[in-house]
Design a protein around this ligand. Structure first.
Ligand SMILES: Nc1nc2c(ncn2[C@@H]2O[C@H](COP(=O)(O)OP(=O)(O)O)[C@@H](O)[C@H]2O)c(=O)[nH]1
Ligand SMILES: [Mg+2]
Length: 288
């Protein structure tokens, strides 16, 4: 077919390739959620319904995109991790980010009424922005995940204390802010306990740790699988046979997708679940 005189515009399309052989993290964040939370009267500092809606949307994204190995969410943000060998075919940042953002937003809106049956959505509708970052090593990826979970802890301890001072202690916003200025974690724990008899340790795990989404296979004994080294040593992804590839895909599709509130900073979480970093699906657990 002859090219049209218009076709030169194709040359304006510039590459936006992500670095090969790296872990790609797409983090999405609710746009203007401070205002959005006020409009729908989200409970402060944590609204269980809103967080569970975020988790349900993330779970749906992982169901549709089997290349995502793990996701982590807190507040109005979610990070989705693509395994380093899984993004060979599509490494255009804009395409990955737009796929995640639109799939997540679609499900967030679709699932809204199930989580907020008494508050129908109305414009301006919820929307999310997203960015993609490449992490070259497992250590970098683990540190990224730890960074988000530490952030969750710091913010939640602060917010829990701040809102206790206001809601239970009758303080004003400025007064509470002044009181908390320069305090350490131990001070906040002490304020919660001595003034309000709140033991921070007993706060819901979802608020303290955020939410981790991953496929459920049989856990392994820690120390029996050293995937990290195996995966790091991989210079280029192993060429799988077509049947092996199809088998893995089937096993991934069969796996249940769990949403849990676990410590992802310590080694234990990763040691027990070697499939997260190896990319090889594990054993499907027997029905209890
Ligand atoms: N009340 C309430 N607000 C929340 C909750 N989760 C997220 N938010 C709001 O969402 C904001 C997220 O922060 P950020 O992304 O920096 O603000 P944004 O630019 O307004 O989206 C928080 O500051 C809260 O105002 C929740 O569970 N309850
Ligand atoms: Mg936001």
């Amino acid at each position: 077919m002859a090219n049209s005189k218009f076709e030169y515009v194709r040359l304006f399309e510039q590459p936006d390739q992500l670095l090969p052989n790296t872990w790609v993290v797409v983090r999405i964040d609710g746009r203007g959620f401070t205002k959005f939370a006020t409009k729908y009267a989200f409970e402060k500092p944590n609204d269980k319904r809103a967080l569970e809606l975020m988790n349900a949307a993330a779970r749906a994204v992982m169901t549709e995109l089997p290349d995502i190995t793990i996701a982590y969410g807190v507040s109005d943000e979610y990070s989705f991790v693509f395994h380093k060998s899984c993004t060979l075919f599509e490494r255009r940042a804009s395409k990955l980010v737009s796929t995640i953002v639109s799939t997540f937003t679609g499900y967030y809106v679709h699932l809204w009424s199930a989580h907020f049956p008494d508050s129908p959505l109305s414009p301006p509708l919820p929307s999310f922005d997203g960015r993609a970052v490449c992490y070259p090593s497992i250590q970098n990826l683990r540190d990224y995940m730890s960074w988000r979970q530490v952030d969750c802890h710091i913010n939640n301890l602060y917010n829990t204390t701040f809102w206790a001072l206001i809601q239970l202690g009758g303080m004003g916003h400025t007064e509470a802010e002044q009181l908390l200025k320069g305090t350490y974690a131990a001070d906040k724990n002490e304020i919660l306990f001595s003034r309000f008899s709140i033991n921070y340790n007993n706060e819901p795990e979802m608020y303290k740790k955020g939410s981790v989404v991953f496929r459920d296979y049989e856990l392994v004994e820690p120390g029996t699988h050293d995937v990290a080294k195996e995966v790091e040593d991989m210079v280029e992804p192993v060429q799988q046979s077509k049947t092996q590839h199809e088998n893995d895909k089937k096993r991934r599709a069969k796996a249940r997708i769990l949403v849990e509130h676990l410590d992802i900073i310590k080694d234990d979480f990763w040691d027990r679940r070697p499939w997260l970093l190896s990319g090889k699906p594990g054993k499907i657990p027997k029905e209890p």
